[in-house]
Design a protein around this ligand. Structure first.
Ligand SMILES: Cc1cc2nc3c(=O)[nH]c(=O)nc-3n(C[C@H](O)[C@H](O)[C@H](O)COP(=O)(O)O)c2cc1C
Length: 185
């Protein structure tokens, strides 16, 4: 797929089929991710790939965290939360390193890791896959972070859900750059 077609044709696809995705395909996405630029070559991105039972384990952690905060929730009230990671066969949690020394700026690490996330979205689209970048409360949840191997003060930038498209939304025209751009010459 031509680069500009990929950039202009990509859309968030939230409804995907449960069919599994081969590991080589997931590795292609990760390999695209790490082509992103990063200052000082610190490679600040961290990926946790959740498939199969891994997604169920994440759902259990989410449900436990929800129950902690809402102790009156009946068991069946947790089912919805527990099922959240099952919305796609592959969920890639995207984390970012805290700066390891004083010359590293955290915002730059976040920018670089975000660029890696965008590469995943574009690569998924180029391979005919659907993807959605999700955050919500779970990206800020300490128990989720610890389960994924992150420190509680590390940022999770998102969970990228990926699968074969089930429902492709109608293409829509995004607003242009004009009102967001100032030219100085
Ligand atoms: C940092 C970030 C966080 C997002 N979090 C969510 C989310 O929690 N839930 C959701 O439905 N979509 C989320 N999205 C997806 C956006 O809603 C989506 O990209 C937007 O609607 C534009 O649609 P498009 O990707 O088709 O251009 C997120 C996107 C980004 C970049």
């Amino acid at each position: 797929m031509e680069l500009f077609d990929a950039i202009h044709g990509r859309m968030t696809i939230s409804k995907v089929k449960p069919d599994s995705i081969p590991r080589e395909t997931i590795e292609k996405l990760l390999s695209a991710a790490v082509q992103a630029p990063n200052h000082h070559k610190v490679r600040p991105w961290r990926f946790v790939v959740l498939t199969g039972n891994g997604r169920k384990k994440l759902g259990d952690v989410m449900a436990a965290s929800f129950l902690d905060r809402n102790p009156a929730t009946p068991p069946e009230g947790l089912d919805k939360t527990r099922a959240l990671p099952l919305r796609a066969p592959v969920v890639i949690a995207l984390g970012v390193d805290k700066p390891a020394d004083s010359k590293i700026v955290e915002m730059e690490n976040i920018s670089a890791a975000s660029a890696a996330g965008m590469n995943i979205l574009l690569a998924a689209h180029a391979l005919g896959l659907g993807a959605i970048w999700r955050t919500g409360e779970w990206a800020r949840d300490s128990r989720v972070k610890v389960f994924l191997g992150f420190d509680p003060d590390q940022h999770i930038l998102g969970f990228i859900y990926i699968g074969h498209p089930d429902l492709v939304p109608e293409p829509y025209v995004r607003q242009g750059f004009e009102d967001r751009t100032t030219w100085v010459d």
